[in-house]
Write a protein that binds this ligand. Structure first.
Ligand code: 5GP
Length: 173
């Protein structure tokens, strides 16, 4: 997410094509903005209207446990910006999110004694997305153990709290 040479190249590229594509780009952007539903579950969690077992929060990013975990320690990392999925997020917000994804992947692998990490991101219904606010799944994995079936609500919410505390403790270490 640093600027480096690619930042310079992008700047020159942007200047050259700006006039040509700006109208089209604005149209697409507007289209995506129109499709963002402010009442989606994750928007409500960000606004504090719904509870969540939080792991991490800063100005731009929030991470919390998934209530239907595919594996012990499964959580979600989301931008606070109102973006539907990877297709409409601006680069600045994406950089902020992906840095947290990396940081929390490392911390959760250690905290959960996992032997691997699966990261998933689904965009649009046909891509498997069900909640239309961008989110990355961070799924700790354990040797020889396949992921659980999707859509199974956790039986005991206190388990999520214990797991969140483990990951938070690792972050604080
Ligand atoms: P996706 O949109 O990538 O298919 O998945 C949405 C994810 O959000 C699922 O893994 C689901 O378990 C999770 N989820 C759905 N509703 C809630 C909720 O109210 N709270 C939390 N913490 N997770 C949720």
């Amino acid at each position: 997410c640093g600027r480096g040479n690619s930042g310079k190249t992008i700047k020159v590229f942007k200047k050259r094509i700006h006039k040509k594509v700006s109208r089209k780009f604005n149209f697409l952007k507007k289209d995506f903005e129109m499709n963002y539903d402010e009442q989606n579950i994750f928007a409500k969690i960000i606004r504090g209207e719904l509870p969540a077992e939080k792991i991490y929060e800063d100005e731009k990013v929030l991470a919390f446990m998934d209530i239907m975990p595919r594996s012990p320690g499964h959580f979600l990392v989301i931008p606070k910006a109102s973006v539907r999925n990877i297709l409409d997020i601006d680069n600045e917000s994406l950089c902020a999110v992906i840095k947290v994804v990396k940081k929390l992947a490392v911390a959760s692998k250690k905290a959960m004694n996992a032997t691997g990490i699966t990261i998933q991101q689904f965009s649009e219904a046909d891509g498997g997305q069900e909640v239309f606010h961008l989110h990355f799944h961070i799924i700790p994995r354990y040797e020889g153990k396949p992921m659980d079936r999707p859509g199974q609500m956790v039986k005991d919410m206190s388990v999520l709290s214990l797991q969140a505390n483990k990951i938070k403790a690792e972050l604080g270490a």
